[in-house]
Design a protein around this ligand. Structure first.
Ligand SMILES: NC(=O)c1ccc[n+]([C@@H]2O[C@H](COP(=O)([O-])OP(=O)(O)OC[C@H]3O[C@@H](n4cnc5c(N)ncnc54)[C@H](OP(=O)(O)O)[C@@H]3O)[C@@H](O)[C@H]2O)c1
Length: 243
């Protein structure tokens, strides 16, 4: 697939929740985790997040750390990566503080979702994917074409900042290269609290396999870095154990 290098960056509780049952803005990570997130964002040309994430926070995380800003300048990157909002419906409140943050904004949506925004200035660029209501929800965005378009538009590195629905749809088409997961010392529980990967899920044999790149502990948090293994279908899934 001709696409940018893609990295998911998420914090989760020890029971695998990325927020609580009320889908509150996730602010349970430590200062170290926030810096880790900012650092990962500083490496990329663009970040992408689902409309659910934007509705929850109302804002995005801009890079403010001076060293990270200087490093971007040295790499001839603009100060802030492009912020791409993925929304099939396009139903996003234009009053959100996000729209007054000094960051470049793009919208990835369907033809229906684009209608409201097309004559407006909130988004510098609107990418329109197919709008086929017969299509499974998770594939409303035709990722292969869109990711190739992003690459052509100069986005070599893309950070995927959640939430779980967006990550699931990208994993479904094998478009995720790496995961950074921070495990934070909380349990939120709740069957409706989102997890890093939502969607329909896979049976064990089809489960995506990861290669552990690094593990780091800082105070009460654990920082995991995984690479998504590209394996043939016959090699997919968990090992068989006799119980
Ligand atoms: N702990 C963390 O690191 C972290 C990070 C990010 C988010 N969060 C939390 O996660 C929660 C949101 O997660 P979520 O899974 O509910 O939502 P999400 O993935 O952020 O957003 C879902 C919405 O995004 C759009 N979308 C996502 N994938 C799409 C696709 N393939 N095609 C078309 N549209 C797509 C749709 O927007 P429309 O409805 O407009 O069509 C969909 O309803 C928030 O509470 C946030 O605080 C936590």
């Amino acid at each position: 697939m001709n696409k940018p290098q893609t990295t998911v960056v998420l914090a989760m509780t020890a029971d695998g929740k990325i927020t609580d049952r009320a889908s509150s803005p996730a602010r349970f990570g430590s200062k170290a985790d926030k810096l880790h997130l900012e650092k990962q964002i500083s490496f990329v040309d663009a970040v992408i997040f689902g409309a659910g994430t934007l509705r929850s926070y109302g804002t995005t995380l801009p890079i403010t750390n001076l060293e990270l800003l200087q490093a971007r300048q040295k790499r001839s990157q603009p100060p802030q990566p492009i912020q791409i909002v993925c929304s099939a419906s396009g139903k996003i409140n234009p009053q959100l503080r996000f729209f007054s943050q000094p960051v470049p904004r793009w919208l990835l949506t369907t033809a229906t979702g684009a209608k409201f925004w097309q004559e407006k200035t909130e988004f510098e660029q609107i990418l329109i994917s197919r709008d086929d209501r017969q299509t499974k929800y998770s594939q409303l965005i035709e990722w292969t074409a869109i990711l190739s378009q992003l690459k052509q538009l100069g986005i070599d590195k893309l950070a995927i900042l959640g939430g779980g629905k967006l990550v699931a749809s990208l994993l479904e088409v094998d478009a995720v290269d790496e995961f950074y997961l921070t495990i934070c010392p909380f349990i939120f529980g709740g069957q409706n609290a989102p997890t890093p990967v939502e969607g329909r899920g896979w049976l064990q044999q089809q489960g995506r396999q990861l290669e552990l790149i690094s593990v780091k502990q800082i105070d009460r948090e654990v920082f995991l870095h995984y690479k998504v293994k590209r394996v043939r279908n016959s090699e997919f899934g968990v090992q068989n154990y006799s119980l």
